[in-house]
Design a protein around this ligand. Structure first.
Ligand SMILES: Nc1ncnc2c1ncn2[C@@H]1O[C@H](COP(=O)(O)OP(=O)(O)O)[C@@H](O)[C@H]1O
Ligand SMILES: [Mg+2]
Length: 289
């Protein structure tokens, strides 16, 4: 490769090739500053907010159904388009017309003029097209064409789980290939993955097993809890029947990140936002009373 006889590199030569570390705006209120970088100034270590997902990172967003994964990645696509960065949305579960509509609603709720962003948003419909869903080479050809043709900077796949449906043994292989493809094409990417069960709900284990989380650069876990017992009602200071949504960055090997559990909210207009660390939040609303 590259005219080399052997695949070995000095760290010195790789230094100049390391991508710059900066944030790619998420479109989610309260999320961008949860990633940070560490710098040294006058011999002191200081934490600087990254301002988004790490550039060129491939992140996994996992949670059971109805935890806000799709809203979160739609917000990312719309935000990036509004900043002038072309984005491809690979839909594996919902046909393209519905995604287009959904992106429009997200833009409206975010106060972004959809007329300005729709030309920067591209959809690959693997929900309606079985070949795209079942043959990775066909999907990669389509993605590569789109990335080149439209100068695309970000890719969303909702969901990666849909690419190995009924063949979970293939999960790691599929995720690894998708990951390598996105790296090769210099994309910042979000992969949605469905959690298969509600056991260990705040864990990073996705459908396909823990292995999936180890392949990508980082994982975000979303969680939803319905308050159904007096105990939970007292603990969270919320009436029976209310919903608590939680968010946590489970790991990221590219950059520093807040690792606390946060309270998350889905607004009336359908926007995910990060509210406050769980511990602080319930100090105010009655946690521990
Ligand atoms: N426009 C909206 N207004 C209010 N709530 C919404 C809106 N759109 C979606 N939701 C709620 O947000 C939740 C999460 O949706 P979604 O992102 O589709 O979840 P996931 O992709 O994790 O299954 C759903 O329970 C849904 O009821
Ligand atoms: Mg979804």
């Amino acid at each position: 490769m590259g005219g080399r006889d052997y695949e070995i590199y000095s760290v010195e030569e790789l230094k100049s090739r390391a991508p710059k570390l900066f944030g790619v705006a998420s479109g989610v209120e309260g999320l961008d500053d949860l990633f940070y970088k560490v710098e040294y100034e006058d011999g002191e270590i200081i934490k600087k907010p990254l301002g988004g997902y790490p550039y060129l990172g491939v992140l996994n967003i996992t949670g059971v159904a109805d935890t806000g994964k799709s809203l979160m990645v739609e917000q990312f696509a719309v935000k990036q388009a509004s900043l002038g960065y072309n984005t491809i949305f690979v839909t594996v579960e919902t046909p393209k017309e519905f995604i287009a509509q959904s992106l429009k609603y997200r833009a409206m709720a975010m106060g972004i003029d959809f007329g300005e962003v729709e030309k920067r948003l591209f959809i690959i419909d693997a929900a309606s097209n079985a070949q795209l869903r079942e043959d990775l080479d066909v999907l990669f050809d389509t993605l590569a064409y789109g990335i080149k043709e439209y100068n695309v900077k970000n890719v969303v796949i909702d969901s990666i789980t849909g690419l190995f449906e009924a063949k979970e043994v293939m999960a790691r292989m599929v995720v690894r290939k998708v990951y390598n493809f996105l790296k090769k094409w210099h994309q910042t990417a979000l992969l949605v993955s469905q959690k298969r069960s509600s056991s260990e709900e705040m864990s990073a284990e996705a459908a396909g097993g823990y292995g999936v989380a180890h392949i990508v650069d980082g994982t975000i876990v979303l969680y939803k809890k319905v308050i159904m017992t007096r105990y939970d009602s007292n603990t969270f200071g919320l009436p029976i029947g209310s919903v608590v949504r939680l968010f946590r960055i489970d790991g990221c090997r590219m950059t520093g990140h807040d690792s606390r559990t946060y309270v998350m909210e889905i607004t009336e207009t359908g926007l995910v936002k990060i509210v406050a660390p769980l511990a602080d939040y319930y100090k105010k609303t009655g946690f521990g009373r």
